[in-house]
Design a protein around this ligand. Structure first.
Ligand code: NAP
Length: 277
């Protein structure tokens, strides 16, 4: 049986080693490969899944939104987020899910105490931010979204308002002392990205946050991003990079593909090996 990542360009993905290690560990006769699918070929590539031999696929940029129109069923979370990252093939039908949200949340709960009523600052308002905001709001966590393009954050807040307490605006609109969680969902700090050496929030604001705050950077290349390096220097102890989200979204996708519990430790080891860490 087959599974794959559909993306364009396919680039270098950590998903194949992660899933293939899990298949091999559980003795499942399946393979996972990264396929470069140009946008115009997405409908045909998804149609091929219905012809047999497929357990499902993951979708990455630029297919997460476009795929919505080609599926038989879409989970409530994927609908609300407006993006599908996992397609499960079931009796020739395609079911769309978003495992980014729950994957992120599982990773966050490994970092420390997460409770309803806490305040989270989400930096960024793109696709990843939508999954993160959904995950937090549906657990009763209050969210303040800060984005370079203010109008995108305002739109996100207006759209997600029915899910919980969400505001958008300036980072200075929140009292730093009241913040429990900060998530960088921007590409700032990413190797090869638009601002690889920058911080996604002002250093002075970071310095004022309680040292017990949970700081999550969705970027994982480099492993210690400028945000996490600054946090470590300031004495924060609850920090994590984007490998946690990558791992747990993959584990959930694996369960949708196979119906089996994912061997998370095996997938984690494979991820670290693939990164050369
Ligand atoms: P996206 O939809 O393109 O959104 C990009 C976000 O980054 C927007 O909020 C954008 O702000 C902001 N941004 C980009 N360049 C910036 C700059 N120079 N200064 C300030 N803000 C900037 O991308 P995405 O899919 O949400 O992905 C965002 C990041 O999350 C990427 O680094 C990606 O690798 C990471 N990610 C990680 C995982 C994981 O599993 N760990 C999963 C998904 C995504 P504007 O609105 O102003 O353009």
């Amino acid at each position: 049986m087959k599974t794959a990542l559909f993306a364009w360009p396919a680039g270098h993905s950590l998903s194949p080693p992660m899933h293939n290690a899990a298949f091999s560990h559980l003795g499942i006769a399946a393979t996972y490969e990264a396929r470069g699918i140009p946008p115009r070929q997405l409908p045909a590539a998804l149609a091929e899944l219905r012809t047999g031999g497929w357990l499902g696929v993951n979708l990455s940029i630029p297919h997460k939104i476009a795929a919505l129109a080609h599926l038989n069923e879409i989970s409530p979370a994927a609908k609300a987020i407006g993006a599908v990252n996992t397609v499960q093939v079931h009796s020739g039908k395609l079911h769309g899910f978003n495992t980014d949200a729950d994957g992120f949340y599982t990773g966050l709960t490994q970092l420390g105490d997460v409770q309803a009523g806490q305040l989270a600052v989400v930096l960024g308002a793109g696709g990843a931010a939508r999954a993160v905001c959904y995950a937090l709001l549906t657990r009763g966590i209050r969210v303040h979204v800060v984005n370079r393009t203010a109008s995108t954050a305002e739109q996100l807040a207006a759209e997600f308002a029915p899910l919980g307490t969400i505001t958008a605006g300036n980072i200075y609109a929140v009292e730093p002392e009241a913040v429990h969680i900060v998530v960088n969902t921007t590409a700032v700090g990413m190797h090869g990205g638009p601002a690889p050496t920058d911080l996604p929030l002002p250093h002075a604001v970071l310095a004022k946050l309680p040292r017990t705050a949970l700081l999550s950077d969705l970027v994982y290349n480099p492993a210690i991003t400028p945000f996490l390096a600054a946090a470590n220097e300031l004495g924060f102890t609850h920090t994590q990079n984007g490998l946690a989200m990558l791992l747990y979204q993959g584990a959930l996708a694996f369960t949708y593909f196979t119906g089996q519990e994912a061997p998370v430790h095996v997938m984690k080891t494979a991820l670290h090996a693939a990164l050369g860490a």
